[in-house]
Design a binder for this molecule. Structure first.
Ligand code: TGC
Ligand code: FAD
Length: 392
């Protein structure tokens, strides 16, 4: 793979909107990605392997629980710093950002928000340091966009719960030490349970042959009469709103992350367009290639503004789920369009692992699907503005 020459586009001088702390956190993540992720990620994606050796580094740049209070081992940062870290990591690879998103927003967040004090103290510091890795089980084979229909369930056996069912498409599952699993009680109400690797009847087979997110490990969670201790139930929130609340935090991170992938594709295509000569002039001097670049930088700038504003609203506790949904949908769609155009601009070279673009493009096909598909997010905005839930 070519050396990482990334230069971040900032067309509207948005750095002026960031505090010194934001820039420090962002620059540390950017440097780490250049040093530790860019040189190895293409090989790991080609091998379809998660690079375990980057776990400590992810913890050191604050990617595990950026906004979790320091008393629980988190970085205690604000929402814009969290977003900037996700942007930089996904600039390297969406699969690496997936690992960080799941750990922070789908495992640490529910334990922090819905867990008991004992659960927070037991799990959060180990998750923040990367000593424990976690995964989040919501999706099932027959219930993806409609998780409320889930059939995974648990029964109260007096001194423990008995968990049965299966989850599918679970990021980090093959190596996770713990899983935050969403399951129905006997009354049909959804609760979160912390299931630990090693519990009898709990297995995590890996999902193979993905063309997307190849550097991220994906698997199933199978529960065959798993005895879960009663103290592992998250006591402070139940109902579908509990897992969906975690998704708000993760979708917000993805909205920033997608900008990172888009920036990398734009920057690569811009550089290539100045160097690649056809018909005796750089392809960047042709109108059609300039149109692509002009549209890319315009869309990246709009997404940066949207996301920065959303971060301010999140910091003020005012962002709605529908606003987060809009940013996730818009920015991933934007990044996917840019990746496809940038790939074309590199001609044949665009399909090789010499450049990051094809990998980003294939990764984004998962990002546009997980955490709510593009169409489900359109319907969430549609419901928000009309009051009618068209997916029912
Ligand atoms: P609905 O009746 O609308 O809502 C049920 C309850 O949930 C509340 N709620 C939310 N709460 C917090 N945050 C949100 N975003 C919320 N959205 C809804 C709602 O107020 C209600 O509460 P209550 O108290 O009235 O009961 O639910 P529905 O069944 O009609 O479904 C709504 C729909 C379709 C929008 C929802 O199910 C949905 O978002 N579906 C998409 C599923 C999804 O995103 N799955 C993601 C799985 S995790 C994943 O992909 C991780 S990938 C990670 C990685 O690798 O990076
Ligand atoms: P379906 O729900 O079957 O949807 C199929 C199509 O139908 C989509 O285009 C959808 O938009 C459309 N559709 C569905 N309902 C409607 C409707 N009412 N109106 C119009 N169109 C509709 N899940 C987890 O719980 N944890 C994870 O860590 C996780 N990681 C993932 C990692 C990867 C690589 C992938 C690919 C997925 C991951 N997921 C995870 C699952 C992901 O959230 C689901 O794939 C996603 O929510 C969509 O569900 P589905 O695949 O079952 O598609």
């Amino acid at each position: 793979m070519k050396p990482d020459l990334f230069q971040a586009p900032d067309y509207y001088l948005l750095d002026d909107l960031l505090t010194d702390e934001h820039k420090m956190v962002r620059d540390a993540a950017r440097e780490w990605v250049k040093r530790e992720v860019s040189p190895i990620i293409e090989d790991y994606a080609q091998k379809a392997e998660f690079p375990n050796q980057i776990i400590n580094g992810l913890a050191e740049i604050g990617a595990f629980g950026p906004y979790i209070p320091e008393e629980y081992g988190g970085a205690g940062l604000d929402q814009i710093s969290y977003g900037l870290i996700m942007q930089e990591i996904e600039r390297g690879d969406s699969g690496v950002r997936s690992t960080a998103s799941v750990q922070s927003s789908l495992v640490m967040y529910p334990i922090w928000k819905y867990g008991s004090e004992e659960q927070r103290v037991k799990y959060l510091p180990k998750l923040a340091s990367g000593e424990f890795m976690g995964c989040f089980g919501l999706t099932e084979p027959d219930y993806g966009s409609n998780p409320g229909g889930m059939i995974t369930n648990f029964k109260d056996m007096g001194d423990h719960y008995l968990l049965n069912g299966a989850k599918m498409w679970i990021s980090n599952a093959p190596f996770a030490d713990i899983a935050v699993v969403w399951a129905k009680d006997e009354a049909g109400r959804i609760h979160g349970l912390i299931v630990e690797r090693g519990m009898e009847g709990f297995t995590t087979p890996e999902t193979h042959n993905k063309w997307s997110l190849r550097a991220s490990a994906t698997g199933e969670l199978i529960f065959d009469n798993v005895k879960v201790p009663k103290e592992n139930l998250l006591p402070n929130k139940s109902g579908l709103g509990a897992p969906l609340g975690c998704l708000d935090s993760a979708r917000y991170g993805i909205a920033w992350g997608a900008i990172g992938a888009a920036m990398d594709c734009y920057d690569t295509a811009l550089r290539y367009s100045k160097e690649r000569i056809q018909f005796d002039k750089p392809i960047g001097a042709t109108q059609l290639q300039q149109k692509k670049l002009a549209e890319m930088i315009t869309e990246i700038t709009k997404a940066q503004l949207l996301t920065w504003r959303l971060g301010v609203l999140r910091n003020e506790g005012k962002a709605t789920s529908a606003q987060i949904s809009m940013a996730k949908r818009n920015n991933v769609d934007m990044a996917l369009t840019i990746a496809r155009d940038a790939r074309q601009m590199l001609g044949g070279m665009g399909i090789t692992g010499e450049y990051s673009i094809m990998r980003h493009m294939m990764n984004l096909e998962s990002v546009v699907t997980y955490e709510g598909t593009h169409d489900i997010h359109l319907l969430i905005t549609g419901m928000d503005v009309t009051g009618f839930a068209a997916f029912k």
